[in-house]
Each structure stands twice: as structure tokens, then as C-alpha cells.
Design a protein around this ligand. Structure first.
Ligand code: SF4
Length: 345
């Protein structure tokens, strides 16, 4: 592991926002919040569940089962603690700590929270410009396709200074030593393609401060809190506002280049040994059509969809299988089809 002395990741010490991208239930809305004056809330899910922006993990969860994602928002308390995910998070943390220290900074406002994200991205960017070859847990953000704002957290970026190339590596832990199923691969491929799209847009200067203000409801000129300013002072960074910090970050980002390689590293949970390195081919057309379909749900253009019949195996280990209307409807459809087939024969 290459570790530069003094590399740090900042975390917010006081805010309720979801810190872990994979924790999609972090800002869960209670079902009662959707009922206004005795009527169901008719606002699109994007406004009801994720005002401001979506996490990349929202889309990957949707790719697994959109109905399940919907239930995590509307039926709280059903999802069980998953020890497998917890072990995965511990491995991520161990890898993260191998490349930088974690420093807690007090935040007082949404602007401070965003300053922390930007500082973590800036640390990675600055590290690459100083010759560091690996950065982990790197925030990426921006709008995609229909102007929906997304935020994600890249596991790892590897920089090759000789060829001036970047490779993105996503770490996935596995209980079994077997190769991931097709459904898991599709989900993981989507995730890394989305990260690449966001990162490339940032280095190509396609994310503007105005777009951030519009979606994130932040002020560029409000003075940042003392905790954040003190931390930046320690790093010899004299930015008083998000505008100054964003300008500095965007300028530095444009010295980098787009991601040229995508891969997924599958690690065995128990032994922590790398099982496979799967290379992913970036497919812009596929990505665009998938994201458009998923945004149809978030924009309220269509109801949530459950899994296709061929993927009904996913329902076996789903926390919502006893209450799922989609599953029940599909089971009834199957029974009707079988009945009419029997009548015809
Ligand atoms: Fe999706 Fe199946 Fe779970 Fe329903 S039971 S939410 S269709 S995985």
C-alpha cells in the first residue's frame, strides 16, 4: 500500500446525513410522512424520499429490485441487520485506513457538510497531482442525463503517473468463493459505470457551481463554520466560502484525466483473499438507457417494478417477501396461466 504522510479524510462530526453510500435507508422517510391530510402523498419519489439528490447506491439497489427499494422507504423497520454487509464495511474501512487517517470536523450547516465532501475529493486530487498512486473513498457528484443530481463514493482510484491514466476499482466482499451471479455482476457493472460518468464529468468541467446551488439548496457565499475553516487552515487552504473552495477544487480537477479502466475486485470475506478481478467495459448507450428507465420511477412517471419471473429467486431472501404486492400479483398471474393451460389440455 502506498500511503503518503499526512493524507487525511474528513468526516462530519455533527450531521444526520447518510455517511455511508451503501446505507440507503440512512435517510428513511417514515410511511406516515407520505400521508398528507389523510391522502397519499402524490409527489414523485424523488421529492418525497430523496429531496435534492440521489445516491448511486439508490440506482444499484433499484437495479436489484425497485419494489424492494421502494419498501425500504415506505415500510420501515422490516430490513434486518445484515452481518455480511457489516463485515464488508469493516474491510472497506481497513483498506481506507491503509491510505489515510480519518479526522473528525465539526459541521454547522449544509454548506459545511458539502465543504467536507469537497475537501475529501480535493485531498484525492491534490494527492494524485503530488504523485500519490492510490486514493480511497472519493466523493463524486454531478447531474446525469435528465439533470437529476447524483452523489457517490468511489472505493478506489489508482493513478499511473507514467501513462497518466486512472483506473477505478470497486471492492466487493463475498461469503462464498464462487463467481458472482449475473444479477450481481449487472448491478456492480452499473455502479462502476455511474462512478466513471460522474468523475469524468468533473474532470471535464461539466459540473457547475450553479447546478450545485440549484439541487443542493446551499449558499456559495455563506461563511463556512469555524470547524471547517480551522481544518482548512491546518491544510494551508484559505477558503472562507464554498464558492472559493469549489473554484479551487474545479481548477485542480481539470489537471486530471478521465478514467480509462474499470474493474471490480471480489474479496473472500473470511480469508480476505482476492478471489477475482473482473474488468468492466464501459457502455455509454446501455448506461443511458438504464438510468432513463430508473429515473422514470423517481420522477413519478411509473410505479415501482419488482423482479422478473426469471429472477424470482431474489424474493427468497428478501425481507419484504411476506408483504410484497408485486410478488403476490406475479404468483396469481402464474396460477391463472397454469389453470388455463390445464383447461386447454
Ligand atoms: Fe422485490 Fe421479490 Fe422482495 Fe418483492 S419479494 S420486493 S419482488 S425481491
Amino acid at each position: 500500500q502506498q500511503r503518503s504522510h499526512g493524507e487525511e479524510k474528513v468526516i462530519s462530526s455533527q450531521h444526520s446525513e447518510n455517511r455511508n453510500e451503501n446505507n440507503t435507508t440512512g435517510s428513511q422517510i417514515d410511511f406516515k410522512d407520505m400521508v398528507l391530510d389523510g391522502e397519499m402523498d402524490q409527489r414523485p419519489p424523488l421529492e418525497t424520499f430523496r429531496p435534492g439528490y440521489l445516491w448511486i447506491s439508490d440506482l444499484t439497489h433499484q437495479n436489484w429490485c425497485e419494489q424492494q427499494l421502494y419498501y425500504t422507504f415506505t415500510i420501515p423497520g422490516i430490513v434486518k441487520e445484515n452481518p455480511v454487509m457489516l463485515q464488508g464495511s469493516n474491510l472497506h474501512l481497513a483498506r481506507e485506513l491503509a491510505v489515510h487517517d480519518i479526522v473528525s470536523v465539526e459541521v454547522m450547516s449544509s454548506e459545511d457538510i458539502w465543504a467536507v465532501k469537497l475537501l475529501n475529493l480535493l485531498t484525492a486530487v491534490q494527492g494524485f497531482l503530488n504523485g500519490i498512486k492510490i486514493a480511497r473513498e472519493i466523493p463524486v457528484f454531478g447531474t446525469l442525463y435528465d439533470e437529476t443530481f447524483f452523489v457517490g463514493l468511489v472505493d478506489e482510484l489508482r493513478f499511473d503517473p507514467e501513462n497518466y491514466t486512472f483506473e477505478l476499482v470497486e471492492l466487493k466482499t463475498r461469503q462464498a468463493r464462487s463467481f458472482p451471479s449475473k444479477a450481481q455482476q449487472t448491478q456492480h457493472n452499473l455502479q462502476v459505470m455511474l462512478y466513471k460518468k460522474l468523475f469524468d464529468n468533473l474532470v471535464q468541467g461539466r459540473v457547475s457551481k450553479e447546478v450545485m446551488v440549484k439541487h443542493l439548496h446551499i449558499s456559495l457565499d455563506k461563511e463556512l463554520g469555524e470547524g471547517v475553516r480551522n481544518h482548512m487552515g491546518d491544510k494551508l487552504l484559505a477558503c472562507k466560502t464554498l464558492r472559493e473552495l469549489t473554484d479551487h477544487l474545479f481548477e485542480r480537477l481539470q489537471c486530471l484525466t478521465c478514467i480509462s479502466g474499470l474493474s471490480i475486485e471480489y474479496v473472500h470475506q473470511e480469508s480476505q483473499e482476492t478471489l477475482f478481478h473482473h474488468l468492466v467495459t464501459y457502455d455509454e448507450i446501455l448506461l443511458e438507457s438504464q438510468v432513463h428507465h430508473y429515473l422514470g420511477f423517481w420522477r413519478g412517471k411509473r410505479p415501482p417494478e419488482g423482479v422478473a419471473i426469471e429472477e424470482a429467486w431474489k424474493c427468497q431472501r428478501c425481507d419484504f417477501n411476506s408483504v410484497c404486492e408485486w410478488r403476490q400479483r406475479k404468483a396469481e398471474e402464474c396460477m391463472r396461466k397454469n389453470k388455463s393451460a390445464n383447461n386447454m389440455s
